[in-house]
Ligand binder design. Structure first.
Ligand code: HEM
Length: 532
């Protein structure tokens, strides 16, 4: 027994020393390639300040960006992984657009045998599966498809804002916006992506909302599983069957299967929602083309659709594939859209003059509509709305950084002339937040200034410095959906109320350091003053 316990202690110490030695050796990675790198410690790399919750990810990434202001790229370590941080917008464009074929995947791939739900989603898929899925999905997110869905969203926002403020009798009502906007988002996803009507403000613990919350919970054990899925999938398989809870997967697949069955049995049923389009894609029916696309004003922030080579695929779509793409609205679009909406509301509360001007635009539209529901075409024509939302997304992009993985050798040249050959599986980081807060590209970057995106000024913004929705063929497929949802919620809030700071509004706002995105530490509190 005595011998065994000593052997165990010895083995554990030897293992720790071995891991430490290997991690320390890895820290020479950039030096050996002639690339200056940010400070790093073994195992935790350059993000120690976030690991101990001293700084938010956003602050850490900004520090790494500012470490070498004159270089086109430098290096840092995300735990043990060396990452090339690309600082030069022209190089970002070259990698993500021109030479995209060398950089197709993100680093957070998940195989379908690790998680049948996430692995099928376009967000986590890689190579051929990604190309095939993206080719199917891209046509479902164009302006004309958004227009079809928009009436469901506008109706919902109008009804809910109206109910929220009944009984207020003209007096201020204090709300924590994240809770409200999350419930808005949940019901909109239920309606558009799953064909289900729920009212999460009334039925607070409805099954759809509870399962949705589980899907987007990526802190704690689910977060560790997500990290293991890309760093060490074999280890994850030892501990767990899947990242997403199997019961949650079953819930969504059953929901989608029942709805598909209903719609197939009722041929005349048409709801013009995303699920309809996904079912058509599954059964390889043609989806009406977008010849009327040009009639819509495009939001400044909406991402371009890049055509990919046509990939004939032998992958047959099942109900699980459809449930997975519908589920993508949760894990790719839920927190991002909800936080961006809350931050727009927060900025409008802090900047009453900007809010007044936006309300003026809303009122003009309301007068034009004469009680009718807001149509998508008119929403898209609201110039100041677009400027306000775009400036929020510039100042507060919900993801600090995105990335690409190199798939075949590629040479990049630094400002000092050093050439570096990127090898297969090398990772490059794109510092979204730091670039959008760099005074070189956005003077006085802390200021909330929608004028940056006015017709007179927006041509001065280099598209490769506005990266909130990413760049190139792997950009955010849901940008139009996110913008439509954010604008609809803001429109109907301003129709029914004036937003003011409340006693609980935090300014300057602080964010949860354990979160990878911008979750306010004490919530997003504001007062709504009902309008007559
Ligand atoms: C304000 C809200 C949102 C923001 C800021 C955002 C941002 C992003 C970013 C930065 C990326 C990576 C792009 C790149 O690496 O170039 C991305 C990818 C993606 N987003 Fe969004 N997103 C938002 C909302 C949504 C919504 C509502 C959906 C709905 C389906 C969505 C679906 C996706 C998908 C599927 C991808 C992966 C695309 C691919 O890998 O082909 N996003 N998003």
């Amino acid at each position: 027994m005595y011998f065994l316990s000593h052997l165990l202690i010895f083995t554990v110490i030897a293992l720790i020393l071995f891991i430490y030695y290997r991690a320390r050796k890895k820290l020479n990675y950039f030096k050996e390639r002639g690339v200056p790198n940010s400070k790093a410690i073994p195992v935790f790399g350059s993000i120690w300040d976030n690991v101990i919750r001293k700084k938010h990810f956003f602050e850490v990434f900004t520090q790494l960006y500012n470490d070498f202001p004159d270089l086109r790229f430098s290096g840092f370590f995300m735990f043990n992984d060396p990452i090339y941080l690309i600082r030069d917008p022209a190089l970002i464009k070259q990698i993500c657009i021109k030479d995209f074929d060398h950089f197709v995947n993100h680093s957070n791939n998940i195989d379908i045998d690790i998680d049948p739900m996430l692995g099928r989603s376009v967000f986590f898929a890689k190579d051929l599966r990604w190309r095939h899925t993206r080719n199917i999905l891209s046509p479902l997110f164009t302006g004309s498809k958004m227009r079809l869905m928009f009436s469901l969203i506008a109706q919902y926002c109008d009804k809910i804002m109206n109910t929220l403020l009944t009984n207020a009798n003209g007096s201020a009502k204090e709300f924590e916006m994240k809770d409200i906007v999350t419930r808005f988002g949940n019901d909109i996803v239920a309606s558009v992506a799953f064909g289900l009507e729920v009212d999460s403000l009334k039925n607070r613990d409805n099954e759809f909302y509870v399962n949705g919350k589980k899907m987007v919970k990526f802190d704690g054990w689910p977060g560790i599983k997500l990290l293991l899925a890309s760093v060490c999938p074999r280890l994850l398989k030892l501990f767990s069957k899947s990242i997403t809870d199997m019961k949650t997967i079953e819930f969504y697949v059953n929901l989608v299967s029942d709805t598909i069955k209903y719609r197939e049995e009722n041929e005349n049923f048409s709801r013009n929602d995303m699920l309809d389009l996904l079912i058509k894609a599954k059964t390889k029916q043609s989806i009406k083309s977008d010849e009327d696309e040009h009639q819509f004003e495009e939001s400044f922030a909406a991402t371009e659709h890049h055509s990919l080579e046509n990939t004939e695929s032998s992958i047959e779509w099942t109900d699980l594939d459809i449930a997975s793409q519908s589920g993508t609205f949760f894990f790719a679009g839920f927190e991002t859209t909800a936080n961006s909406t809350c931050l727009t509301i927060h900025e409008l509360a802090l900047n009453p003059d900007i809010q007044d001007r936006l309300r003026g635009e809303v009122d003009e539209v309301l007068e034009q509509l004469q009680g009718k529901l807001l149509p998508y075409e008119i929403l898209q024509k609201m110039k100041y709305m677009d400027m306000v939302v775009t400036e929020t997304l510039r100042k507060w992009p919900p993801l600090a950084q995105t990335d690409r993985v190199c798939s075949k050798q590629y040479t990049i040249t630094n400002s000092d002339g050093t050439e570096v050959v990127l090898e297969k599986n090398d990772i490059i980081g794109i510092p979204v937040f730091a670039i959008q807060r760099d005074p070189k590209y956005f003077p006085n970057p802390e200021k909330f200034d929608p004028e940056r995106f006015s017709d007179d000024n927006k041509h001065e913004v280099d598209p490769a410095t506005f990266l909130t929705f990413g760049i190139g063929p792997r950009n955010c497929v849901g940008s139009r959906f996110a913008l439509m949802q954010m604008k609809a919620i803001i429109f109907y809030i301003l129709k029914y109320s004036r937003i003011e700071v409340s006693a609980k509004t935090q300014h300057p706002i602080q964010f949860e350091k354990s979160s990878f995105t911008l979750n306010a530490k004490n919530g997003f509190w504001v007062n709504f003053i009902p309008r007559h």
